[in-house]
Structures are given as structure tokens and as C-alpha cells.
Design a protein around this ligand. Sequence first.
Ligand code: ADP
Ligand code: MG
Length: 729
Amino acid sequence: MLDVRSMVVEKALSKKPATVKSNADRLDKIFAKHVFDREKMFRYLPKEIYDALVDVIDNDAPLDRSIANQVAAGMKAWAKELGVTHYTHWFQPLTGGTAEKHESFIEYNGKGGVLEEFSGKVLVQQEPDASSFPNGGIRNTFEARGYSAWDPTSPVFIIDDTLCIPTVFISYTGEALDYKAPLKKALHAVNVAATAVCKYFDPDVKKVVSNLGWEQEYFLVDEDLYMARPDLVLTGRTLMGHDSAKNQQMDDHYFGTIPDRVQAFMKDLEIQALELAIPCKTRHNEVAPNQFEIAPIYEETNLAVDHNMLLMSLMKRVARKHGFRVLLHEKPFAGINGSGKHNNWSLSTDTGVLLHAPAKTAEGNLQFAVFVVESLMGVYKHNGLLKASIMSASNAHRLGANEAPPAIISSFLGKQLSELLDHIEKADKKDLFDVKGKKGMKLDIPEIPELLIDNTDRNRTSPFAFTGNRFEFRAVGSEANCASAMITLNAAVAEALTNFKQRVDELIKKGEDKTAAIIEVLRQDIKTCKPIRFDGNGYSDEWKKEAAERGLDCETSCPLIFDQYLAMNSVKMFEKTNVFSLKELEARNEVKWETFTKKIQIEARVLGDLSMNHILPVATHYQSQIAKNVMSMRQIFPQEKVDVLCSRTMKIIEEIADRTHLIELGVTELVEARKKANRIENEREKAIAYHDTVCPMMDKIRYQIDKLELIVSDELWTLPKYRELLFIR
Ligand code: ADP
Ligand code: MG
């Protein structure tokens, strides 16, 4: 038998790193080279058009269609210089990826020839067919149209020969069919709510911006090895594979030396990302072998989300150039760490970050405390929903599986911040605030030492940790669109801030002093949201018990977690903040359940096929080889002697027989379970059936396969093993 696997491994081992030119002396030339940013807007647009567009971007001014033609002309002039021939509306449908449909600039010129045109009309709006994208039944069959509409707050960019225009994607009847439209609404809601609260402290504050700094984790696998693993190709993860004898137990990969081939890939990726104005800052090895991370400097949330989507597709392309495949799946390999995407989130005004402990004045600290506590209120009231916002068939492998993060949302504040909140809660009201004092001010809020900023007593087990000037939402999946988490978080915090302001205003109306009213309501909220604060070990069983007692959402089944989107509390919050209507929420949940089912369905099929086409033939082939050996031994030695000499071999023959039998049975059962689930009409019920019946069967089959991998002759095994997939450079 030709040992294809070892040929593939050898090929992978022999690859050399590509040469990539350093960007050291070119940073200013590279950065934003392929982006129509302010500097280009200024150069390519007439002054008054530039001013009008900046007003749209900075101040949410309505986009006047009359300027669109001139903006489009400026964009085209710039793009032509870079060899662009096509344009596309670039949007983020509910598939989880991005979508684009390229159009050439070509038009008839009316004189029998052609010319190149790019009008304001096509810049501003397009009508892609909505029926080809997940819409959860929103699209009426008689009206398949959907609209994509330009988002001027995220600059257009060039990929290859195409001008890409970031857009929202909505149905003919106005419902969002994407992630960007609701995200923009949530960001607007948090801006309005937070600005109103800021005005208590500084009447000049005009705008509050939500920031996001994501840290993207990923795996790299050699392309040839990847191609030899149909499960990786078709599902993005390994459905089988025994642990490598060495994996991450030595802790020698994290922050270790980056292998040359990977280093070349990273450099190349960074240069191309910088050209797209993605401000890449950090790169390093992650905990698991072949696992890495890339993180930019944080940006405004809408832009940061676009940049993350863009980076994910860029990574895939650049990886192929270097003979790698990038795995963004949350759990490509069992037994070692999976990948996440930490979402560092904060709010800031034109004067600074709101979650930054200022430590200078008592009022500054009070404002800081208000924003921390109201963020916690949002997270507390919607902890189940926040979990739903990061849940998916693939992220389910991380959540609750004893690795970051646990399947219960809680928040780590650290010692100093916890003490500050405890102090505000427990101190005698008179100590905090002396109404009769000068100008009504006597704030005995302890100053927060600067130390907090570099606070490294981090709790890695916490899904929502305060890290000095931001919260780090660690539960987001590596493959996910960050927008899902950001929509829920910003909307939830917007609701909390609005609610806070209403109660403070009521007290003020009753004659209470402003600061006294703020402290009063703050103290109530510190008490209310206490159950969400947890500084202990999020992986422990005691925490699961305690969290349930605290009333936190402890559900672990993915399809049931999605129910949170339709819980009364969530629907009200999304309606009040004007982020989602009930109809949109229902439609999106249909998509979520359907996507869950499809993913498991594909995995189950691939597992069945691989079992029958790879595993069983190889195992029985080996079995008959060694059985033949026993038979020939019989011709040489007496029976009693053969019984002794071949006792181990006989056991192996028997073990293979048992395990292959169980695999066959398992695959038959799996097919039956799928058939049964497929007959269910209701998407939610179907997803539950897949979760409850199909998933556990897959685990059982895998168990048997992984055991076979250990006993079957290495040279016969067709699928690259973990030790090869994970340690080859
Ligand atoms: P670590 O791995 O230690 O958490 P990194 O340096 O890898 O930290 O990533 C931290 C991320 O948080 C970066 O993207 C950084 O820009 C971002 N960040 C820093 N300050 C803020 C802030 N105030 N708001 C949002 N993101 C922030
Ligand atoms: Mg981090």
C-alpha cells in the first residue's frame, strides 16, 4: 500500500519560509494605502463635499444624496490610480461571513462604445437578491429584493481590482438582514444614553463612542496536511484524532519563538492589513501548538468590527500564499485549547475613556463608578442574552468545557475596584455626601491608585473581566462576527444608563441634590447587580452551583441558549433601544437554529463517511494482516505455543473487531437519529433534537476511532495525526 500520509508529511516538512520584505521603513507609506480615508477624501473631494461628508461621519448628519455623485467621482478617481476596475457593496449577512457582488465600472456611452462610470446612486444603494442569504423567513416570496446601503462611517477600501463599499443589508420591508444595521443602532443607543449621563458631570460632552479592541486567535495548519483531512476541509475541525503524546502540557508554546514560516506569514498579513488601515499591533504564539494571535490597536466599534471581518478573510488568503490554511474554528482540535476572540470594550468621550479610573477627583471617580456599575447592570440583567450573543455550534465546544470561558457570564473586577464599590455601597451616606457642605460637595470616595491601570492580577477564567480601562469580553468565538456580542452589550448598557438617568432625574425632581441623587441610585444598583460580580475560579463546580443560586443563567445547550433572544426581558430591551423588533428577533433566531442544525448535520455526515471509507477499511485491513500472521504461526508452531506467542495479537484482533463493530452500529444509529430529526418541521425543535441526540452519538463514534488510531499500524493510517498537524512548520 502506498503510504500517502507520510508523503504528505514529508512535503509539509520540506517547505521553506517565504521571503517577505520588512515594513520597517515603509510604515507611513503602507498604512491606509488601500483605504479612502480622510486624507484621500481631502485630496480627491471638493472642499464643501469633504466638509459635508465629514459632518455625516462625525456628527451623524443625514447623508444628502446630492453630494453622493461627487463623492463617487472622487472615489473613482483615486481607485483608478490603483488599477481598480470593479466595485462592490460589501456586507455582513447572517451567514457569519461577508458578501460581495462585483460590478464593473463599464457602461455604454450612447455612441456605440463604452465608458467607465461610478455614480452616486450605485455608491449609495444596491439591490442584491435577499433570498440567497439567510433571512429567517422575513423575505416574502413575492418580494425577494433586499437593499444594501452605504455606511459612510466605515471608509471604502480596495481589494485587488475592486473598490469595496461597506454597507448595511436590509429587507425590502426594512428589517435588518445583517450584523451592521443593528450594530449601528446599538451604537447610536449607547451614544445617546451615555451622553445624557455624562452631562451630569460635564455639560459640554457631545458624544460617547463605543470602542472595541479585538484579539484574534487562530491555528495554522500546513495546506497539504489540511487537504488530507476531509473533516478539516469540510467542517473546519478535526472530528477524530487521538491526542498527540506531546501537546501543550509543557507550556512551551505560549509567547514562544515564532517559527520562520509562520513569521513570514504574519509579516505578510500585517503589511496587507496595514494597507487596509487595520492598526495591527500585537502578534504572538498562543497556548496551544500551532496557535497564534493577532491584535490591532482598538478602534470605534463599527470600524473595528469591519476590520475584524476584513482581517479574517485576508488571513485566509495570505495563509494560502504561504502554504498554510488558517483555522478560525473555535475548537479545531480536541484536548488542547480552542480559539477565542477577546473583545476589549470601552466607552469614551472626546475628553477620554469613561471606564478609565481617573483617580484625580472624587467626581471623576464617581463618574467612573457610574459607568462601571451601569455596565455591570447591563451585563447582569442580560447575562443569559449575552451568552446567547456569543453562542454557536462551534463556540459551544469551548464554553463550559473547562477552558476560557465558562458557560456562565460573570464579571471580574479585581480587588481595588471591588473595594471601591463596596465602600460606596456600605459607607454611611453622610460620609459619602454631605448635603449641607459647601456647594453640596463632600465626596469621600477613596481615590483609585494608578496601579489599577496596569492591574495584572487578571482572572483568566472570567468571561467579562475589568482590565484597567476597559472590560474584556472573553467569551466571543474566534470565528464569530464581533458585532453579535457588541450589539447586545452596547444595547444592554444603553438600557441600563437610560434607566439610571430616569431614576436620578426623578430624585432631582423631588428636590434631591444632583450628586446625592446619583450616589443614591448608584448604591441601589451596586446592590442589585452584585450577583454578577465573581472573582473566583470560573471553571470550578462550586461556582456552577453558586451561580445557579445567584440566579445567573447556567444553561449549556446551544439551541436553548438562543431562547434568550426571545425572552420578554430581551425583547423589551431591544425594542426600547430600537435595535431589533420582535419580528427581526424571531427571524434571526430561526437562522440561528437552522445554522446550528446544518453545522451538526454536515459534521455527522462527514464523520459517517470517514468512518466507513477511511477508518473501517484501514482497521480491518490491518486486522486481516495480523490475523494472517497468526494463521501462519499456526503452521509453524503447535497450537499451545501459538496461544502464548500470539495472545497479544489475538487481543488486538478482537479489539479491532469490537471497536469496528461499535463504529458500524454507531454510524447506523447516527443516520437514524438524523433522519428522525430531519422530519421535525420546527427549527427550534429540530436543533434541540440534533443537540440532544446527534451530538452525543458523534462523541461515542469518535471515542472508538481514536482508540483504533492507537492500535492500527501507523503506516496504514490514512489521516494525518495530531502530532503531524500540530507540530509541522
Ligand atoms: P492582553 O492579551 O493582555 O489582554 P493585548 O495587548 O493583546 O492584551 O490586547 C489588548 C487589546 O485591548 C488591544 O486591542 C488594545 O488596543 C485594546 N484596548 C486597550 N485599551 C482599550 C480601551 N480603552 N478600550 C477598548 N480596547 C482597548
Ligand atoms: Mg486580552
